[in-house]
Design a protein around this ligand. Sequence first.
Ligand code: OTU
Length: 653
Amino acid sequence: MYEQVSHSLLNHILDQLEPEIRRRDLRHFYTRLGANFYAIHTLFHQLYGDRDDFKQQMVRLVEVMAGQYIHRSATLRDVDIAREQNHNWFLSQEWVGMALYTDGFAGDINGILSRASYFQELGINLVHVMPILRCPEGASDGGYAVSDFRNVDKRAGTLEDLRNLARELRKRKILLTLDVVVNHTSDEHEWARLARSGEQNYQDYYYIFNNRDVPDMFEETMPEIFPETAPGNFTYDETMGKWVMTVFNNYQWDLNYNNPAVFIEMLDIILFWANQGADIIRLDAVAFLWKKIGTTCQNEREAHLILQLMKDCCQVTAPGVLFIAEAIVAPVEIIKYFGEDAVIAKECEIAYNATFMALMWDAVATKNARLLNQGIRSLPNKLNRATWLNYVRCHDDIGLGFDDTDIVQAGYDPQPHRRFLVDWYTGAYADSPARGQPFGVNDKTGDTRISGSLASLVGLEAALETDDPDAIQRSVNLILLLHSLTMSFGGIPLLYYGDELGTINNYDYTNDTSKANDNRWIHRPRIDWEMTELRYSHNTIQQIFNGLQKMIAIRKTLPAFADYNNRELLDTGNPHLFTFMRNNPFIINDKVLVVNNFDSSPQSLTLSDLGPRASFNYAQLRDLYSGESPRLFKDQLVIPPQRFYWLSDRSCS
Ligand code: OTU
């Protein structure tokens, strides 16, 4: 957009750029800067316009974008251009991801590379390597307390190892996702050290207060994230004799985005990792980026402005790079992190579908899909050029983050229903085979979240102990059912390492003092590569691994599973079923009917009740996953317990 004020400022800025920048061939950079500048200027002005040094900060911002563009390799610039031309590339059904901790998966970065064929065997073509940046020796929140944003932790390897990993994955057409922990730093980060030593410039990077006056005001409305281990949101620093805002652990200092220097530093860091070869950047804890007294300090309007600004700036330097929003918040809030307008208010292209994840766990425990159907129906539409990251499990706890109004609509009483779910997954409920543990128990609010590996939560751990073949089979079926949902729902499925092998809880963390008080470590496994060989011979593991491999391969052939908002939820009248139609966005009448039965008994569905949109040639109906004809009596479909069908009447492509 052309607008006089911002354009004359842009001309002024370009005149001021360092001669080194001015001499370069920056044609692509300038066209993108011109196209985005009005938005960038407007957003930067909304956030920082009242400062005397606003213009200098603007110059600095443009210098950072230009500087990182100059450092962007020819290969990555070509990737940018190819993705501009095919800008919906990430909505395709071909993408399937895995998230992993480097040490637990393969020791170090080179170890990951040596396992590239494992990804390929399974069909994984997007790898999220969780934090590998320099972090404290002891407790570091699994690397989410970063002490140097531009260096790899030596336990994981070197920066050169990482660049090499990026190059090698690219050759294999595997996307690399890296974290940038935008909300906080470790208290060992240089900025924190300088702040501690009394430098005002760096104290201004954080929220630091002389006494409890302001912190007490904040505390009135701020919830606690880790109430058991890090109660309150402020930590007293002995050296400074001051209070620091620490929303997460007491060693994670919240960055102060009221200060434009913080924004510019973080943008520079994002672009730095884009230039090391990251295809996708996962922005951690984005809901927390702006703090305001009298609020929960989550999902504030300014947090969205910051993300819009980050996106607009990234589009100038590295437009091929996507953002993932990690915002584990209420359903109506999550969706806002895609941005509210595709052109003028874009934020992250991808977001964790925490709502879907939690709803699936509800369906498993209740053996019906009432709340799942209700919760998905209540989700507002997302932008077209945006997609979900669908996951069953990740490295964090499971929060029961669905809406109370939906719980009521589904016919339950919110409080006892949530209590039931916690009891179910922690095994306190009489009939439950689950082996989870309560996490983040908050006595003040009654809130509790859940830790535990996928396999242990669906009863596999208990079933293996009693060596009960039926119970083992039930758990395997549930594991496959849950994965099938992330594959068929629409969005990028993200497996969590170890789940493809049915990995159960690992209790070793209790022996490590830096981990013992955080039971999320129970589901952060160390892969035993000899054990992985069992995927060829051990019945249970083989079924899971092969099942996933097959699902992934089939998903990739089905354009109906791409994410073009081409899912229609179907009301079947049977509460045990979660049923939807996926329509091929490119070919009319090419559709897949997805039916999921959460009950432990077979369930039926009368296809003709679904109306003309589910008109199939029943005689030719096939389950694309098993390749078999489904159980059918006339137009009545019978879905076996805890099974899914991907139904189509078209011949296999
Ligand atoms: C994220 O988590 C990370 O995934 C966690 O591993 C980190 O501990 C945390 O940030 C701090 O860096 O911020 O937007 O309920 O779901 O802390 C949500 C616990 C987050 C996590 C929550 C989450």
